[in-house]
Design a protein around this ligand. Structure first.
Ligand code: G3I
Length: 473
């Protein structure tokens, strides 16, 4: 994972001009004629995280969910699997299988992990809540040490404390943590996390602090104190927003935290509306997503944006606010919403991002004849190069009905694949022999699918684009 962090830092250095693309000012030479068509490639190019909160069961059991998460996002957060009730349900009895699944998936797919969360008033077992001050402190220190140590070097950043401020005029939240340990529980948590993993970025995370208000003022006061002790790196703005209500003060509010020397991050973005959504509402939602993404893209110290779920039906919103929902970037069938396109464009990517898999058409008047002599064709493109590596995206197009495909090419120089997603096979040598995964091999004539990979290469050399031979499997 450290490699992954270095990769994106290198991209930042090499792609400063891309920040202007994100603002619609112009394109760098890297992207002239080759704009990113996934959120991931666009975010990589400007050195930002584009993350998604994931559900372990779907990651394990749903191939299209897995493929979309791997293709579209460069950062993952466990929606529930790293919370205290999932990792230490009984005192000292740690269960990491779900969290491991997510961290392993992220590593396999070259993604970073934003950890969520060590200390929260919710989803914390009752055995913790009943402890006295001394025992609660011991339990907190043990929990943070154990979880942080397990994922040291693999989880890039942590929400150390979550939702410690109430909705009541900026007062501290009246939680069992505050009642038992006093306000010092926050400092204890950050000191412990810093010592446990000195290289991880440590965040304080909360909702309804996106604008300048009493609650964000309290977070600001806490952040000042933690920053002065060098135990805080950033502030997470959850951003569970309502249609048409991106706070007008959001940009200035984030800036005041940056001015403290902190990173900022949009950690749980969703924008809910009254369902069912009509076209106007989806357009307004796209506008709201565009605005939030622009705010982060424009701020060098905004580390990224995480959306709180993949598809509308994956979201926590309808269960908590009945009659509302449709809050995310993908429809239930994985097709991309207008909000997806807005985020892609605000990150500097091009077009609508559609289609990842194009619908087949059988109308001879509108279908160009497939190239003869080959059951499929495949093309590579470099979506974000840096000095010692690059991210590629590849498209496989079926010219006939396929039950599987194989791709092969030989690197002309020092390029070698370091990790890949949505493709399997013998990938790391000079000659690459790839094949479809179980979920993306069946294509009707005219359909296409994508896969991607990162390479390492000699310092400063050009990332070449070899010709790919594609054959039906
Ligand atoms: O795993 C059990 C399952 O075994 C059981 O059958 C089922 C019946 O209710 O519950 C399942 O657990 C649920 C869990 O999500 C996993 O799906 C819990 O009931 C449910 O309360 C829990 O909700 C989560 C919520 O946090 C809990 O507070 C949401 O998925 C999750 O999206 C939400 O995330 C929070 C962030 O952590 C902090 N910020 C706000 C955000 C939204 O509420």
């Amino acid at each position: 994972m450290l490699l992954n962090r270095q990769r994106r830092r290198a991209v930042i250095a090499g792609a400063v001009t891309l920040a202007t693309a994100a603002l619609g000012i112009g394109l760098s030479t890297q992207f002239a004629g080759a704009q990113a068509t996934t959120l991931r490639a666009a975010a990589d190019a400007i050195g930002k995280d584009i993350g998604v909160a994931v559900d372990v069961n779907k990651l394990q059991n749903n191939a299209e969910y897995r493929n979309t998460v791997a293709t579209e996002f460069n950062s993952l957060t466990a929606e529930n699997a790293m919370k205290w009730d999932a990792t230490e349900p009984q005192d000292g009895n740690y269960t990491f299988s779900q969290a491991d699944t997510i961290v392993n998936f992220a590593e396999d797919n070259g993604q970073s992990v934003h950890g969520h969360t060590f200390v929260w008033h919710a989803q914390t077992p009752s055995w913790v809540q009943g402890l006295d001050a001394t025992a609660m402190r011991t339990a907190m220190v043990d929990h943070i040490n154990t979880v942080a140590n397990r994922y040291e070097g693999r989880v890039d950043s942590w929400d150390v404390v979550n939702e410690v401020v109430s909705d009541n005029n900026g007062a501290m939240r009246d939680s069992f943590w505050l009642r038992t340990m006093g306000e010092g529980f926050i400092t204890t948590a950050f000191q412990t996390a810093r010592a446990a993993d000195p290289n991880a970025d440590l965040y304080i995370n909360d909702y309804s602090i996106e604008g300048d208000n009493a609650k964000s003022d309290t977070i600001y006061r806490i952040a000042q104190g933690l920053k002065s002790q060098n135990i805080l790196d950033g502030v997470g703005f959850q951003s569970h927003l309502i249609l048409g209500q991106v706070p007008s003060t959001m940009e200035a509010n984030l800036q005041r935290f940056v001015d403290l020397g902190l990173k900022v991050r949009i950690t749980e973005l969703d924008i809910r509306l009254n369902t069912p959504a009509d076209a106007n509402e989806l357009a307004q939602q796209a506008e709201d997503y565009r605005r939030v993404t622009e705010i982060c893209a424009e701020l060098a110290d905004c580390s990224g944006i995480t959306v709180w779920g993949l598809r509308d039906n994956d979201s926590w919103v309808p269960g908590t606010f009945p009659g509302t929902g449709a809050a995310l970037l993908f429809f239930e069938d994985y097709s991309k919403k207008p909000a997806y396109t807005a985020v892609l464009n605000a990150l500097g990517g091009g077009g609508t991002g559609n289609p990842t898999t194009t619908p087949a058409t059988s109308d001879p008047a509108t279908t160009s004849p497939p190239p003869t002599g080959s059951g499929c064709t495949a093309t590579l493109s470099v979506s974000s190069p840096w000095n010692t590596g690059a991210t590629y995206s590849a498209t496989v197009k079926a010219n006939q009905n396929l039950n599987g495909w194989k791709v092969t090419w030989t690197w002309p120089g020092s390029e070698r694949i370091s990790n890949a997603w949505s493709v399997t096979g013998t990938l790391t040598g000079a000659t690459v022999n790839g094949a479809n995964e179980s979920y993306n091999g069946t294509l009707a004539a005219g359909q296409s699918t994508t896969f991607g990979f990162n390479i390492t290469k000699a310092d400063g050399s050009t990332a070449s684009v070899p010709t790919v031979t594609c054959t039906p499997a």
